[in-house]
Design a protein around this ligand. Structure first.
Ligand code: OTU
Length: 654
């Protein structure tokens, strides 16, 4: 990495000068109170901004610092008043997303409600679930044809006209805010669509845009990079470079051939991306989900993921967004190995403000692994080894999202518990594709990589849990197990620590969409099987007791209701993975200084299991929530098959 030290002082000087000029410019408009606040913020972010920009942009950093500081400060004072009021509220409670009251929901606008304005009519459903955080999947104008579910953006300033307009998005944000729901949208910053005007301009050799993308005249550099680059979509989009005859150059395309990686070493890319962020935040977006952040920086001889500069870029954006939209949060989408994960929350050798939230893909993978093996050993080992998020940051926890499940079990963790890493990952893919004898799952392989043997998995929560199989076979015993497993997984999800995200359709136990291949622009991408349109008929059944939909929906409502009352379950409390004494039972102790601890027990086996008295401190701990109810005595607790319980562990000493 470039040692920015020699540039850092120049950047600090440039920032100080620019700050003084900007403060003088805005003082009258802002008044003394707001000016003092801004001055304090400027001082607070200056060291990190200077350090990050200097290290990434070296000799170009001082000029860039002046430019982006100006953008951020001027946007900050132009920010709509209601959003500035919101910023103030967030100042009072900056960790709102980690509250035990926070529950998230993720959906595609069209699949959930048709359009943005249609969404306004469907908010009661979310409120019944206790949702306080809504992630709307990509909604900006995508390229024509296949668009990777909107992750190929052709215009950051326009909403996909099929969904509505920017004005509609603002209206949705207002309506959500009025109901106490925050809005999260995607910011795809690693790449644009080939149809984006920047890409078009770069193709024609426009010097103002030529440096925004990474392109090469021949195969020399691409070949050199590809020696270490893993393929993200080996099946449908092999290789990481695409020949563009118009420019007679190879363009860097990590994902699909029509998603062109931006060159984040170019100051103009950074400045342009900051503008994009601020514009979205000024529409009323509260959280930006930063897509594919591990990929933004390339370094020859590496896998071009998780590079130090990728983190520094996030830190610089963070500092600037603190000025432009102080209440906004960053959520990192970094689906990486456990050793790389917590760095996206700013946990480096020294702590840095980076992202506020990050996907806990380890927990997700480990829960599915445990559900398949009925043995908590791997999860216990891997979760204990994971570093805790820095103060003020936390996880988003989830079982399923719109993507496949990549079986990110680290070699070290697998070996530590006596598993062969490759064989275990292969087992999981086989199990969840329903190939394994005795498997209850109905998933499918995603992007089998014949070179590495790597296989990922598609499928909805209900289908992976066994609900689909049990319904097909009309087997009430299997169905009961599948439903218990479904609720058990959510009981851990809601209690583990973090903001739990429900993926649309899961609240009704929706199975894989058998007609996914016929869906608009799905191509061969079978991730569409687990992105079903919300089944409105099923949604009606959620109020008819005795139906599967009601069982699932009520269980999630109940989990939310109890969770909201337990400060110990806050996302910024601690989680300790205990030894339950039984290989089938996961035991977690959740603590927060403002509440009594909560003990979480989850029996992943289909058979009753006994949790010995030591775990319960030799006492009859009160049950806060459970399904089915355990028998708790001073000698221990008997958990039914696939049963779970949250217990109040007042005074539990460990
Ligand atoms: C993300 O996923 C999105 O979630 C996907 O839906 C997109 O296709 C993709 O980016 C491109 O925009 O590799 O298999 O570590 O795992 O960014 C999905 C992060 C992906 C990557 C993740 C990526």
């Amino acid at each position: 990495m470039a040692d920015g030290q020699q540039w850092r002082d120049c950047v600090v000087t440039a920032l100080r000068e620019q700050e003084a000029a900007l403060l003088a410019e805005v003082r009258d408009e802002l008044g003394p109170l707001e000016t003092a606040g801004l001055a304090a913020r400027l001082q607070l972010v200056r060291p990190e901004l200077a350090g990050a920009l200097a290290a990434v942009f070296g000799p170009q950093s001082a000029a860039l610092a002046r430019e982006v500081l100006t953008t951020a400060v001027r946007s900050g004072i132009r920010r709509p008043l209601p959003l500035r009021v919101r910023d103030r509220q967030r100042d009072v409670d900056p960790s709102w997303a980690l509250s035990q009251q926070a529950i998230g929901y993720v959906c595609y606008v069209d699949l959930y409600a048709g359009t943005l304005l249609g969404l306004l009519e469907e908010l009661d459903h979310l409120q019944e679930l206790g949702v306080t955080y809504l992630h709307l999947m990509p909604l900006l104008l995508p390229r024509t044809g296949e668009d990777d579910g909107g992750y190929a953006v052709a215009d950051y300033e326009r909403v996909d006209p099929r969904l509505g307009t920017m004005a509609d998005l603002e209206q949705v944000a207002d309506a959500l805010h009025a109901r106490g729901i925050s809005l999260c949208v995607d910011l795809v910053l690693n790449h644009t669509a080939d149809e984006h005007p920047w890409a078009r301009a770069a193709l024609t050799g426009d010097p103002a845009y030529a440096d925004r993308y990474l392109s090469y005249p021949d195969r020399e550099q691409p070949d050199a990079y590809e020696r270490r680059l893993p393929e993200v979509f080996p099946d449908t989009s092999p290789g990481s470079f695409t020949w563009q005859p118009e420019a007679a150059r190879w363009f860097w395309t990590t994902f699909n051939s029509w998603q062109w990686d931006l060159d984040h070493a170019a100051p103009s890319t950074f400045a342009a991306m900051l503008e994009v962020m601020v514009q979205l935040l000024d529409r009323g977006v509260d959280v930006l989900r930063l897509d594919a952040v591990p990929f933004t920086w390339k370094r020859l001889g590496t896998d071009c993921q998780n590079q130090p500069e990728a983190h520094l870029l996030l830190q610089a954006f963070r500092a600037l967004v603190r000025l432009a939209a102080p209440g906004a949060l960053f959520k990192a989408e970094a689906i990486v190995a456990p050793d790389h994960l917590v760095q996206y929350l700013g946990a480096h050798e020294v702590q840095r403000a980076e992202c506020d939230l990050a996907y806990h893909n380890q927990l997700m993978v480990l829960l599915w692994s445990t559900a398949a093996t009925r043995d908590v050993g791997l999860a216990v080992h891997a979760l204990r080894r994971l570093r805790r998020p820095p103060t003020g940051t936390g996880w988003v926890t989830y079982l399923r999202g719109h993507d496949d499940i990549g079986w990110a079990v680290s070699d070290t963790d697998a070996r530590a518990v006596g598993l062969d890493p490759f064989a275990h990952r292969r087992f999981l893919a086989d199990f969840y594709a329903g190939r394994h004898l005795g498997s209850y799952a109905r998933g499918a392989d995603f992007q089998r990589n014949n070179a590495t043997g790597d296989v990922r998995t598609s499928g909805t929560t209900a289908s992976l849990c066994g609900i689909e199989q049990a319904l097909d076979e009309q087997d009430p015993v299997l169905l009961e197990d599948a439903l218990r497993r479904f609720v058990l997984l959510h009981a851990v999800l809601y209690a583990y620590g973090g903001l739990p995200l429900l993926f649309s359709g899961d609240e009704l136990g929706q199975r894989n969409d058998p007609d996914w291949a016929a869906r608009r622009k799905a191509g061969r991408d079978n991730r569409w099987m687990h992105r079903p349109a919300l089944d409105r008929a099923a949604a009606k059944l959620r109020h008819e007791s005795g139906t599967l939909e009601a069982r699932v929906f009520e269980a999630l409502q109940q989990l939310g209701t109890v969770r909201r009352q337990l400060t110990a379950l806050r996302g910024d409390g601690s989680v300790e993975v205990l030894d339950s004494g039984d290989p089938g039972v996961l035991a977690l102790l959740r603590r927060h200084p403002c509440d009594h601890p909560v003990l979480v027990l989850a029996n992943f086996s289909e058979h009753p299991r006994w949790v010995a008295t030591q775990v319960l401190d030799g006492r009859t701990l009160p049950v806060l929530a459970s399904e089915p109810a355990p028998v708790v005595t001073p000698d221990g607790a008997l958990l039914p098959g696939l049963g779970w319980a949250w217990l109040r562990a007042e005074g539990l000493e460990r």
